[in-house]
Ligand binder design. Structure first.
Ligand code: ATP
Ligand code: MG
Length: 368
C-alpha cells in the first residue's frame, strides 16, 4: 500500500517535471528573435511565438488550428502578408525548398527556414529571421566589388591615355616660347595645368580600388569655391548657365586635399550644367553656390534649376557606371562620394523633377 502511494507520488513528480521542462522550452521559443510557426502532423497550426504575433499583427489564438492554405485566406491577413505566405507556400510545399527569402512592405528581408522530419515527430516548423542587415552588408560588398572593377578599368584607361597626354605636354612646352612672344603664355599655362589635372584624375582612378589617405592642407572654403568657379564659369556660360556665389561672411577653413575636393565640386557643377542644358533653358540657367557653417562642419550647397532627378536616379546616383547621359561614364558621383567620405564628410542630395537639384558637400572644419 505504502509502496503504491510512493510510486504514484513519483509518477506525479515526474509528470510535473515534464510539464516544467516543456514550459521552459516553450518559453525559450517564445523569446526567440525569430518568428516561429509550428504545424502539427495534420498540417494545422499548433504554436506561434510572440515575435510571429508581432509580425502578423494579431494574437495567436486567431490563427491556431489553421492550415497554411487557410492562413492565406484568413480575414486578419493583410495583402502583403498574404503575398508572403503564398510565396512561402509555393517554395516549401510545391517546390519542397528548405529556405526561401521574402520581402515585406516595410522593405525588410526575411529568411524563412522549414524544418520537418522524424526528429519533429511529423510536425513542421517554419522560422522567420530578419536578415535585412546582412543583406545590406552583402549589397555594400557588391558595391565594393564594382569599385574594385573600376580600378582595373582605370588601369587600362590610364595606359591608353597617359601616353598621348605626355606627348601633348611635351609639345606645348616646346611651343611655349612662341606663345610667349605672342603674349599668350597664359594659354600655355592653362593647357599645362589642365593636362596635369587630367593626369591626376587618372592617377586617382588607378588608386580607386585601394583608397589612399588624402594629402591635406588648410584652405578657406570661399577661396576653394572661387577657384573652381574660375575653372568652370566659361563653359557654363557657353551653355546658358550663370554661376552665382554667395560668400560666407566669416571665413571657414577646411583641411582637405585641394585637388580632390576641387574635382568633387567640378563634378557637381558639370552635372548641374548638364541638367540645365538638357531642358534647353535659353539664358535662365542658374547655379547658386553658398557656404554655411553647421556645428563643426562646413556645408557647400550647389543648387541648380535643371531637370531634377526622379527617385530611381536618386537611389542609383552614387553607383559606379550609373548614367542617364549618352556620353556619360557614370563615374563622376561615385568617385566624388568616395573622395568626400575619405575626408570624413558626406554628400547630401535633394531633388525635384522639373524644379532642380541641390547637392550639399559636408566637410569637417579644420581644427584650429
Ligand atoms: N544636378 C543634377 N541634376 C539632374 N540629374 C543629375 C544631377 N547630377 C547627377 N545627376 C544624375 O546622376 C547620374 C550620375 O551622375 P555622374 O556624375 O555619376 O555620371 P554622369 O554625369 O552621367 O557621367 P560623367 O560624370 O562621367 O560625365 C547622371 O547621369 C544624372 O542622371
Ligand atoms: Mg557627372
Amino acid at each position: 500500500m505504502i509502496k503504491l502511494t510512493l510510486s504514484l507520488l513519483e509518477e506525479g513528480e515526474s509528470s510535473l517535471s515534464v510539464q516544467l521542462v516543456s514550459r521552459k522550452y516553450e518559453n525559450v521559443l517564445q523569446q526567440m528573435d525569430s518568428g516561429i510557426l509550428l504545424f502539427d502532423r495534420d498540417g494545422e497550426l499548433c504554436f506561434m511565438n510572440i515575435q510571429m504575433e508581432g509580425m502578423l499583427g494579431a494574437p495567436q489564438h486567431l490563427f491556431l488550428g489553421c492550415t497554411l492554405s487557410q492562413l492565406i485566406r484568413h480575414p486578419y491577413m493583410g495583402r502583403d502578408k498574404r503575398k508572403m505566405i503564398v510565396r512561402i507556400y509555393k517554395e516549401t510545399i510545391t517546390r519542397c525548398s528548405k529556405y526561401c527569402e521574402c520581402n515585406d512592405s516595410q522593405g525588410r528581408t526575411w529568411l524563412v527556414t522549414v524544418t520537418y522530419g522524424d526528429q519533429l515527430d511529423g510536425d513542421v516548423l517554419l522560422s522567420f529571421k530578419d536578415i535585412s542587415e546582412s543583406k545590406r552588408i552583402e549589397l555594400t560588398a557588391v558595391q565594393n566589388d564594382k569599385l574594385a572593377m573600376l580600378g582595373q578599368i582605370a588601369a587600362a584607361i590610364a595606359h591608353e591615355i597617359r601616353n598621348p597626354l605626355t606627348s601633348i605636354r611635351g609639345f606645348i612646352q616646346l611651343l611655349r616660347p612662341h606663345l610667349q612672344t605672342l603674349g599668350k603664355d597664359e594659354y600655355a599655362r592653362i593647357i599645362l595645368s589642365e593636362i596635369d589635372r587630367a593626369n591626376d584624375i587618372i592617377y586617382e582612378f588607378l588608386n580607386s580600388s585601394k583608397p589612399t589617405d588624402p594629402m591635406k592642407r588648410d584652405i578657406s572654403v570661399s577661396s576653394l569655391v572661387k577657384e573652381v568657379i574660375l575653372l568652370s564659369e566659361s563653359e557654363a556660360l557657353m551653355k546658358g548657365c550663370q554661376i552665382d556665389f554667395a560668400e560666407h561672411a566669416v571665413p571657414l577653413y577646411v583641411s582637405i586635399d585641394v585637388k580632390q575636393i576641387k574635382q568633387v565640386i567640378l563634378n557637381v557643377i558639370k552635372n548641374a550644367v548638364d541638367a540645365i542644358s538638357s531642358i534647353r533653358r535659353e539664358h535662365d540657367g542658374l547655379i547658386r553656390i553658398s557656404v554655411a557653417r553647421k556645428g563643426s562642419y562646413a556645408h557647400i550647397m550647389i543648387r541648380d534649376n535643371g531637370k531634377g532627378m526622379d527617385k530611381l536616379t536618386m537611389s542609383r546616383l552614387f553607383d559606379p557606371f550609373f548614367t542617364t547621359k549618352q556620353a556619360g561614364t557614370g563615374l563622376g558621383m561615385s568617385v566624388s562620394d568616395r573622395i568626400v567620405k575619405n575626408h570624413g564628410g558626406t554628400i547630401e542630395v535633394q531633388s525635384e523633377v522639373g524644379e532642380g537639384t541641390e547637392f550639399t558637400i559636408v566637410l569637417p572644419l579644420a581644427a584650429h
